[in-house]
Design a protein around this ligand. Structure first.
Ligand code: NAD
Length: 277
């Protein structure tokens, strides 16, 4: 059986490291502060925002909460972001996505000062990643790099296949694996004969957004499999994009859902906040 990569334990370790850095900064007179903006009351977003605030509290990061009505205009939202950009006491600004459909997400993300873009979604942050400069890294893929490194999984020279090319997971993930010297392939909805591509992978990272789509015949014997997906299955149990029971016996390492990639996203957000300060 494979080694199960324990995202819960690794994320707890990262949050403890952040907590120490936050308290050292506090001792020097610097407070770390994250502004969290939610527009409307999508229940999933409310849960995510609540978890982010809880993590801030644990790490000693002050969180400022802005809960705006569903019908808030794009201009009013951007005016708030401008105000937070100018506020020296705020190190990080996070706008919970998705936004209501009358608001242009790109324009909102671009309004955040790049020095406060702790989600790492802006053109500046992605550009910095692309050319290997310092900058905020998108939290979910950055968390996956930490999972691999802290599990002592060698990345250099490995064949890595990333399934998914979204701006928040697939693309930055591929760039980060490239930066870690993997040989990277990105597979997506138009890829032909997906199993023949994914079977090349020493490290297979799945961000396809389809419950239990990846079965054993997509995976090379001994591969490391990282599952980014989060869904509810037919029994209302959490599951990933990977059919864990089918795939696990073939792997050397695998992330479970829950308790794999999920907890890493918030831990890396906390890490980005302290970096920003
Ligand atoms: P997305 O829907 O934006 O992207 C899915 C990608 O999969 C697309 O690029 C598409 O080309 C590709 N794809 C779709 N069908 C395919 C197929 N049949 N074959 C090959 N490729 C196919 O999703 P996303 O935002 O990147 O998220 C992916 C998954 O990760 C979702 O389940 C999401 O809930 C989860 N997620 C988890 C976290 C976390 O913190 N753990 C964070 C973000 C996303």
């Amino acid at each position: 059986m494979p080694a199960i990569i324990d995202g819960k334990a690794i994320s707890a370790q990262i949050k403890d490291e952040v907590k120490e850095r936050v308290s050292a900064l506090k001792a020097e007179g610097t407070e770390v502060c994250l502004a969290v903006i939610q527009v409307g009351n999508d229940p999933a977003s409310t849960v995510y925002v609540g978890n982010k605030k809880k993590a801030c509290e644990y790490c000693g990061i002050r969180s400022e909460s802005y809960e705006l009505a569903e019908d808030t205009s794009e201009d009013d939202l951007i005016a708030l972001i401008d105000r937070l950009n100018a506020d020296k006491a705020v190190n990080g600004i996070l706008v919970q996505l998705p936004l209501p459909s009358h608001i242009n997400e790109d324009r909102v993300i671009m309004a955040i000062d790049p020095t406060k873009d702790v989600d790492g979604f802006s053109v500046n942050s992605v550009g910095a990643l692309c050319i290997g400069r310092k900058g905020y890294r998108s939290c979910t893929p950055a968390g996956i790099i930490e999972l691999l490194k802290r599990s002592n999984i060698d990345i250099t020279g490995k064949e890595c296949v990333v399934i998914g090319r979204s701006n928040i997971v697939g693309k930055p993930m591929a760039l980060m694996m490239l930066q870690e010297n993997a040989t990277v392939t990105i597979a997506h909805s138009k890829t032909k004969d997906l199993p023949s591509v994914t079977k090349r992978a020493d490290i297979l990272i799945v961000a396809v957004g389809k419950p239990k789509m990846i079965k054993a015949d997509f995976v090379k014997e001994g591969a490391v499999v990282i599952d980014v997906g989060i869904h509810r299955d037919e029994n209302n149990k959490l599951c990933g994009d990977v059919d864990f029971d089918d795939v696990a016996p073939k792997c050397s390492y695998i992330t479970p859902v829950p308790g794999g990639v999920g907890p890493m996203t918030i831990a890396m957000l906390m890490h980005n906040c302290v970096e920003g300060a």
